[in-house]
Design a protein around this ligand. Structure first.
Ligand code: ARG
Length: 464
């Protein structure tokens, strides 16, 4: 393709290091789509004759049909998807194929193709997250009133509701989806027509190709357009943040599925057994989601390092932009699907959760709050009195509400029988009805909001 200037062809090593076709063949649909938009524009502008446009367009459709049926042939001599496609087009339609690349370079071509691919990937990821959110909201709806221990430092802190805990992840994925939306709006400018780096002398119509490819506007600087990979980095950054959230959720499922916790049974379909220990049921899917977060973030680091020292405009380093994006997207898609399956199919062991909440002195804050409210005692002093009550109960191996009223009165005479009501886990969660709090009433309101936002049918609860 550039033989004119060279006395010798590339060595085997050059061919191998140069070839991107093994991975960029994944761009074939975008490449054909962008080429068809380009040639239609060249025809409309009178740069290429109508007959040649018809021949090229028909030829591109034929190439696409071949790829669809048999896959993309990997010819290292032809380097990349752009050359492989043009070569096949030439075989099919002959000389007119040579006019397709008028007013275009592989530099603006690959920027356009890759951006189209990333835009699709981003839309798929958003749809996956929406499905995961629906699963979380459905389970939160079921468990708006199920009591579990809430933790800080992984120590029992205060009772919360399982619905509240699940809705915390809904919020994380809501922010992630807004990051994807931001990235999509920012990336949606069309590089096609920037040519090699400086634009073109042909009278092209950039708005036409922009519209045909569903971009919002053409890019405004050709040097930037061919050397910009922010769109891929934006996607990888959002993907890393999503993977991080999925990893936190996965870690909780791993912990909860362990025997000492026993909070959840994960679906058999997303668990594995052990080849040696017959009793084992391992949360491998959750562990792999947790593990994949490291790889996805590694992909982000990879592309950041690739880009960091590059002068304007295009350098071949940028060919290395695709493998990390393809890899991250594949890992993320699997992680989202596995997470959705685990949440939708989990059996929550609410008896175990409630038991754990009742055991861990989780209502100690409620005793302190009661002393503040009913005894008009300053919170710091109430905290101290409560600490003494916990110490006594702990030394006897019983729950706070296992202490007799005489024992409690001996600690502080201002305590009376009414305190027992505050010490139950149910009244503890019911009391925390501040906006965004864990009370079942609040959780139902948030679930109702979320169902509306996700276009799910209303359940009738959450209206209070
Ligand atoms: N395969 C190349 C890539 O992915 C296409 C662009 C080639 N451009 C060039 N000036 N050699 O980056």
């Amino acid at each position: 393709m550039w033989g004119g200037r060279f006395a010798e062809g590339p060595s085997a090593i050059m061919r191998e290091i140069n070839a991107s076709i093994p991975f960029d063949k994944a761009l074939w649909r975008q490449d054909i789509r962008a080429s068809k938009a380009h040639v239609a524009m060249l025809g409309a502008q009178g740069i290429v004759s109508a007959e040649d446009v018809t021949a090229i367009t028909g030829g591109l459709d034929a190439v696409a049909a071949e790829y669809e049926a048999n896959g993309v042939p990997e010819n290292w001599d032809l380097e990349d998807i752009h050359m492989v496609t043009e070569d096949r087009l030439t075989q099919l339609i002959g000389a007119p194929a040579g006019r397709l690349h008028t007013a275009r370079s592989r530099n603006d071509q690959v920027a356009t193709d890759f951006k189209l691919w990333v835009r699709d990937a981003l839309d798929q990821t958003d749809a996956g997250l929406a499905a995961l959110q629906r699963a979380l909201v459905t389970r939160a709806d079921e468990h708006a009133g199920s009591i579990m221990p809430g933790f800080t430092h992984l120590q029992t802190a205060q009772p919360v509701t399982l619905g509240h805990h699940l809705m915390a992840y809904y919020e994380m994925f809501r922010r992630d989806r807004s990051r994807l939306l931001d990235a999509r709006a920012r990336m949606n400018e069309c590089p096609l027509g920037s040519a090699a780096l400086a634009g073109t002398g042909f009278p092209i119509d950039r708005q036409a190709t922009c519209d045909a490819l569903d971009f919002d506007r053409p890019t405004d600087n050709s040097l930037d357009a061919v050397s910009d990979r922010d769109f891929a980095l934006d996607y990888l950054q959002a993907a890393s943040q999503i993977a991080l959230h999925l990893s936190r959720l996965a870690e909780e499922l791993v912990l909860w599925a362990s025997q000492p916790f026993g909070f959840v049974r994960l679906p058999d379909t997303l668990s594995t057994g052990s080849s040696i220990m017959p009793q084992k049921k391992n949360p491998d899917a959750a562990e792999l989601v947790r593990g994949h977060a490291g790889r996805v973030t590694g992909c982000l680091m990879s592309l950041m390092m690739t880009m960091k020292g590059l002068p304007l405009a295009y350098s071949k380093d940028m060919q290395d932009d695709k493998p990390p994006v393809f890899e991250a997207h594949g890992l993320l898609a699997l992680s989202i699907a596995a997470s959705e399956g685990m949440i939708a199919g989990a059996t929550f062991r609410t008896d175990r959760m409630r038991g754990a909440a009742e055991q861990g002195y989780a209502t100690a804050t409620d005793l302190a709050d009661w002393l503040v409210r009913e005894g008009d005692i300053p919170f710091r002093e109430a905290h101290h009195i409560t600490g003494a009550a916990v110490k006594l109960a702990e030394s006897r191996g019983i729950a706070l509400d296992g202490l007799t009223i005489d024992e409690l009165k001996a600690i502080d005479s201002r305590i009376d029988e009414r305190v027992y009501k505050a010490l139950s886990v149910d009244s503890s969660v019911a009391a925390r009805a501040s906006h965004g709090g864990t009370a079942p009433t609040q959780v139902r309101l948030r679930v109702a909001d979320a169902r509306r936002a996700l276009g799910m049918p209303e359940t009738g609860i959450g209206e209070d």
